[in-house]
Design a protein around this ligand. Structure first.
Ligand code: CMP
Length: 140
């Protein structure tokens, strides 16, 4: 299995409740390595562009509001099968459907405030990493 990189974001609902360390612990304990990380406040324009694929969805306005309500922690994670592994550790988008022991089951407030985002495939991982990081900021 090849070593993969994926993009991860700890959302404002989680940074507000001081859950960054607990979430990073879940990721690292699953064998993922944090090879880049920064805590930033994203602008409305960045949120709209990052989630552009959801622009026509009814929840788009709420999504942009929640993502700009406070700081986020953006990360690049590296490991074997990192994209799928990160999605397993996060759990289902809707926390009421997430498996016990997952980040979203244990920490999320709602589907909109679901504590973490992770890339859904290799192409989005590449795009999302490049959206927030230059290659020189990533080091294994
Ligand atoms: P995320 O993995 O960041 O990708 C898109 C986000 O949109 C998703 O997590 C949810 O937080 C949010 N989302 C998806 N569906 C809904 C919904 N029905 N209502 C509100 N927010 C949603």
């Amino acid at each position: 299995m090849a070593i993969e990189r994926t993009f991860s974001m700890i959302k404002p609902d989680a940074t507000r409740r001081n859950l960054t360390g607990k979430i990073v612990d879940r990721l690292e304990s699953a064998g993922l390595r944090v090879v880049a990380q920064k805590r930033i406040r994203i602008t409305r324009a960045q949120a709209e562009a990052f989630y552009g694929v959801h622009r026509e969805r009814p929840f788009f306005g709420e999504l942009v509001e929640t993502m700009t309500a406070g700081p986020v922690v953006v990360q690049v994670l590296e490991g074997e099968n990192a994209i799928l592994k990160n999605r397993e550790v996060m759990g289902a988008t809707d926390p009421s459907k997430a498996e016990p022991g997952t980040i979203r089951k244990d920490f999320a407030v709602s589907i909109g405030e679901n504590s973490a985002h992770g890339s859904d495939g290799p192409d989005t991982a590449k795009q999302e990493i490049a959206f927030f990081f230059s290659e020189s900021e990533i080091t294994g």
